[in-house]
Design a protein around this ligand. Structure first.
Ligand code: KIV
Ligand code: ZN
Length: 520
């Protein structure tokens, strides 16, 4: 077997991914994602853009402190205050990196930066030299590289490599490139930048034309050896290249690419679910690799083929990406040990206290649902055993609704041992519930987003509701699951209420305002 080249995976879920409108995560969630990325075997984690705000700075700092095996990078514009902030934030990492970027396309130079090409080269060199004095591992990105004049791009790349950049990243910032064109750009860089062998060529593709993964893979075929990507492909506008797709394409077609990654692929599903949960971005059922239907066969001919020999219709073994499938797992006679064992197999370990709550919910579910599947268990755990102090708990709920009446609700919530009851009406039964909750808690929530997904199939399936609520400027995501969609909706809203209460009592971090004109 021929020797396979190693392609480094640079994950930017916590930076470019988090820039997706509505995808913001809190510090605890970011750290959990970073630790999951480390378990996944990601080579470099871009943890944030430290100069943006105190919150971003602290998130990068904590990730840098806790992550041990992956390199931790902080983003910086080619200016000293950004580089200082990035250096300070990542300095506690075992393997720190500063990622400096500066646009090189004519459009950006003329309209955004208002600089001449000579000034840009000087700025880039100064920034890399300055950063290199602080940290050894420097990456440089000529923003909008794919729309830059090639000769000018070669000049900038040669200069920053000479100044000490170890990685040069070639962003397709606006997702404009076509795969052949982008592959040729990488080939041309390899032949026209004299010192290119002293740096790793990285690629960073956006998905505006749906080509982020195709472009990244075409670049690998041309010799790029670092790919920047995000979990589930989240990111600015239409997103970034999806990591799970890049990794599985390289693995499944290693015969074609002659390259591999160091990713521990069975961890993929878990991280994908985690990012979906924390950002509130639901994964489409037909999403490659991590969609609910990615390994489901509907046609009888396909089912027959797969039963006879899985490779007839499956090019990836579901277990290789951690897809557990819809296996019937437990029933009403199963005990705590059975549940614990099953959860462990799903990669979920709970404390004694959490296990007690999960078991109660499991027994409850067995009474309502004939069959309990892996997905139900994951939903129970995510719903019930979330790391949120339950300040408000649903005690009971009575809803009257119909086609010719105004829905009304009687809501009973428990808090600190006391039960609080309120009645409310609304535009629909769920709206009435939310009005009643607001009356009891005294908070005023503005519902920004509401989505419901069936966790498994069948009439008795559990519904998982995700809401995004704005409480007085603070936007939080809440998740709730139940076989009853109104109850799931109430639990999701209460989860958001509890998160908002916890956050309100936590120390507020002051946000430093910066000029967003140069933000990627
Ligand atoms: O898309 C882009 O150009 C970026 C850079 C900061 C790498 O995100
Ligand atoms: Zn980007």
């Amino acid at each position: 077997m021929s020797k396979q080249d190693r392609v480094l995976i640079f994950d930017t879920t916590l930076r470019d991914g988090e820039q997706a409108p509505g995808a913001s995560m809190n510090q605890r969630e970011k750290l959990e994602v970073a630790l999951a990325l480390e378990r996944l075997g990601v080579d470099i984690i871009e943890a944030g853009f430290p100069v943006i705000s105190k919150g971003d700075f602290e998130s990068v700092q904590i990730v840098a402190k806790k992550v041990k095996t992956s390199t931790v990078a902080g983003l910086a514009r080619a200016v000293r205050k950004d580089i200082d902030a990035a250096a300070e934030a990542v300095k506690g990492a075992k393997r720190p990196r500063i990622h400096v970027f500066l646009a090189t396309s004519k459009i950006h130079l003329e309209h955004k930066l208002r600089k001449t090409p000579d000034e840009i080269v000087q700025m880039a060199v100064d920034a890399v030299t300055y950063a290199r004095d602080k940290i050894d591992d420097i990456e440089f990105s000529p923003e909008d590289a794919s729309r830059s004049d090639k000769t000018f791009l070669y000049r900038v790349l040669e200069a920053v490599i000479k100044a000490g950049a170890r990685t040069v990243n070639i962003p397709d910032t606006v997702g404009y490139a076509m795969p052949e064109q982008y592959a040729k750009l990488i080939t041309d860089i390899r032949s026209n930048v004299p010192n290119i062998n002293k740096a790793i060529i990285s690629v960073h593709c956006h998905n505006d034309l749906g080509l982020a993964v195709a472009n990244s893979l075409a670049a690998v075929k041309s010799g790029a050896r670092q790919v920047e990507c995000t979990i589930n492909g989240i990111g600015e506008r239409a997103g970034n290249a999806a990591m799970e797709e890049i990794v599985m394409a390289l693995r499944t077609r290693s015969d074609y690419f002659g390259a591999m990654t160091g990713i521990n692929t069975p961890e993929i599903s878990r991280v994908s679910r985690m990012v979906s949960k924390y950002t509130g971005f639901v994964i489409a059922p037909n999403k490659a690799i991590v969609g609910g239907n990615a390994f489901r066969h509907e046609s009888g001919i396909h089912q027959d083929g797969v039963l006879k020999e899985p490779t007839t219709y499956e090019i990836i073994r579901p277990e290789d990406v951690g897809f557990t499938g819809t296996g019937l797992v437990l029933g009403k006679h199963s005990g705590r040990a059975g549940l614990k064992d099953r959860l462990k197999r799903l990669g979920i370990e709970l404390s004694e206290q959490e296990m007690l709550r999960a078991f109660d919910r499991f027994k409850d579910l067995c009474d309502k649902k004939k069959e309990v599947f892996d997905e139900d268990l994951v939903a129970i755990v995510e719903d019930e055993v979330q790391e949120v102090k339950d300040i408000w708990i649903l005690d009971s709920l009575t809803v009257t609704s119909g086609t010719k009446i105004v829905p009304d609700v009687t809501m009973r919530l428990k808090s600190g041992g006391k039960v609080h009851t309120k009645k409310a009406t609304g535009d629909g039964p769920i709206d009435a519930c939310y009005v009643a909750i607001d009356k009891i808690t005294g908070l005023k929530g503005k519902l920004l987003n509401y989505s419901i997904q069936s966790v498994t199939e069948g009439q008795d399936a559990m519904g998982e509701v995700r809401v995004r609520v704005n409480f007085n400027g603070q936007k939080v995501i809440g998740i709730g699951a139940s076989t009853d969609v109104i109850e799931a909706s109430v639990k999701a809203y209460l989860n958001a209420v509890n998160k908002a209460c916890v956050a309100a009592t936590a120390k507020k971090s002051k946000t430093k305002k910066i000029d967003f004109g140069l933000q990627p």
